[in-house]
Each structure stands twice: as structure tokens, then as C-alpha cells.
Design a protein around this ligand. Sequence first.
Ligand SMILES: Cc1cc2nc3c(=O)[nH]c(=O)nc-3n(C[C@H](O)[C@H](O)[C@H](O)COP(=O)(O)O)c2cc1C
Length: 326
Amino acid sequence: MSEHEDAQQLSTEWSRSMGLRLPVVNAPMGGVAGGRLAAAVTAAGGLGMIGMGSAGSAPALETQLPYLDGVDGPFGIGVVDWVVRERPELLEMAIAARPRLLSVSFGTDTAWVARVREAGIVTATQVYDAEDARRAQDAGIEVLVARGEEGGGHGAAGMNMLPLLDAVLKVAEVPVLAAGGLAEPADLELVLAAGASGAWLGTRLAACTESLLSDAGRAALVAAHGTDTVVTEVFDVGLELPWPAKFPARVLRNEFTGRWVGHEAELAADASAHAALSAAAAADDLRVAPVDAGLGVGAVTAVRPVGEVLRELCAGALHLRNEGHH
Ligand SMILES: Cc1cc2nc3c(=O)[nH]c(=O)nc-3n(C[C@H](O)[C@H](O)[C@H](O)COP(=O)(O)O)c2cc1C
């Protein structure tokens, strides 16, 4: 049996309904998951997603969309609640792009749901506890992403991925994807066995050849171990971004986190530290500027094409599943 046919055996009811060969979605990572990464994930059989983060805008999305032209398979777009409320034209463009799935995360305003559903687009959001899951589901959101605190980038801290997945599955009447720290074949096999309809993978794919990261960003992820991250709001305070306090970010530790974690109030009042951080971010100086990464970062040991990483993950997960049946 070919590797291709093999991996398709991992599919779930949800992944088949979405027209996917693999039950995997790349997380919509702002500044990382552009059109090239999304196109490569879709080409590999997963759901490729373009991420528009805090710097997301309609022009930025417009430059990423052409990479999806002619790609054989569905794609998605993910945006951030406070960003689309500041820049509503970004949500308009995302809807007009006709993705198969649109996620809006990090907010409680669900006015977008009806509009997106009316356009025939599947709605998704990230949830962090059973109450969140219930609220999202009651608002008509069709796919819940149970994102554990192991995950990279922004998200509520509090629950580890597996207990969260169990809690969300108990209340969910809609498909649930698992997210947070999923990096190895065993992780994928585990969440599918637990009842997830698919895996939402961020960090594991962030250093891939097709991502928007700079070479320095990729190198930082490759060099980092699973013990090198911290959950903090210091970069959002320093860059004066209006992230809700409920959503700190998991990032790689660096000189900036070393200096400011635990001193957030002092940082908030220090204009020169803000200016230095902005300059470092503009210069891609990662001793100071942020690199989002989850606990699975230790599994990122080389820069590789995303199709290769996904095939290996899925073939490995399938192998583990079949072994378990013996
Ligand atoms: C570099 C990076 C950027 C991210 N940007 C976004 C974003 O713009 N929007 C979003 O909904 N989630 C974003 N996330 C969070 C992911 O959606 C997801 O929760 C997380 O990647 C899952 O954990 P993992 O990184 O351990 O796989 C980002 C994550 C990373 C690692």
C-alpha cells in the first residue's frame, strides 16, 4: 500500500466532509502562515490556512491569497477578533475570498458568525474551557478548536490540551479539533483516539520551508528546546498591542523576557523600552523581538518542506494506531 493511501486511513468524518485527505489543519499563524504555507498544507491533503495576526490587514491578506490560486483542495483563513474590529475590511476581504473555513479567535463578539455562515463558509474558533465551548457552540460556531496551554502564540492559560479536549468533547455537539503542543506522531494518534476530528498544528509547522518566517526565526525554532518557552504578555505590553489580558502568548525566552517578565507595570510605563522593542522587531533582532512557540518546539529540528513533515506525522500516527491493534 502506498504511503498516500496509508495516511488517508487516518481521516475522520469531519476531514472527509471538508474534502481533506488528512485530518490536519495548519494553525492560522500571523506572520508565519502565509499563502505559500497554506497552499503546501492543502496540497499535502490537510487544510491550509492563512493567518492574519495583530499586523493583519486587507492589503496583507490580498498579497497572500494568490498563492492559493489553482491549488487543488480547500483552504481556510484565520483572523483575530480585536484586529477585525479595528479593521473591518479585513473580515470583508476574508469572506470575499471564499475560504472553506474561517476562524475568528480571541473575542466574545459573535456577530460575525451569522454573516460568515450565510456566505457558506464553515465557522471556527479557539476555546479554552467547557464554558467557552458552550458559548461558541450556542453562537452557532461549527468547529471548536480546543487549544491547550502548551500551545504557541496567544491563548488563555489554564488547561492542558488533553483534559481540555476531554472537557470540550463532553459538551460539544459539533466537531472538535485539538491544538496545543501537538508535534509528534504519538500526539496526533492520541488526540484522534480521544475523539478529536483533527489536529490544528502551529509550532510544528512554523519553521517549514514555506512559512513567512525569516531565516533567523526558523533558526531560533530549530535551536530551541521544549523548556525554552514562557507564557507572558510582555511583548504585547511593550508593543502596545490591545490583546485582552486573558490571552498572554507562549514565546521563546530571550533577553527581553528575561528583563521584563514579572515587571509588566514598569514596562508599561517605559517608553524607551517600547521604542527599543519596536526597533528590534523591525530589525528582526530575536534577542529582543518575540518568536511565538509552543512546548512542541523541541520536535522542530530542521527546516523542511511542510508536505514532508505532514506525511511523516500522519504515517507515524497511523503506524502507532495499527500497532496498538495487535
Ligand atoms: C507563530 C504563531 C503565530 C500564531 N498566530 C495566531 C494568529 O494569528 N491567530 C490565531 O488564531 N492563532 C495564532 N496562533 C495560535 C495557534 O492558532 C494555535 O493555538 C497554536 O499554534 C497551537 O499550539 P502549537 O503552536 O503548540 O501547535 C499562533 C501560533 C504561533 C506558534
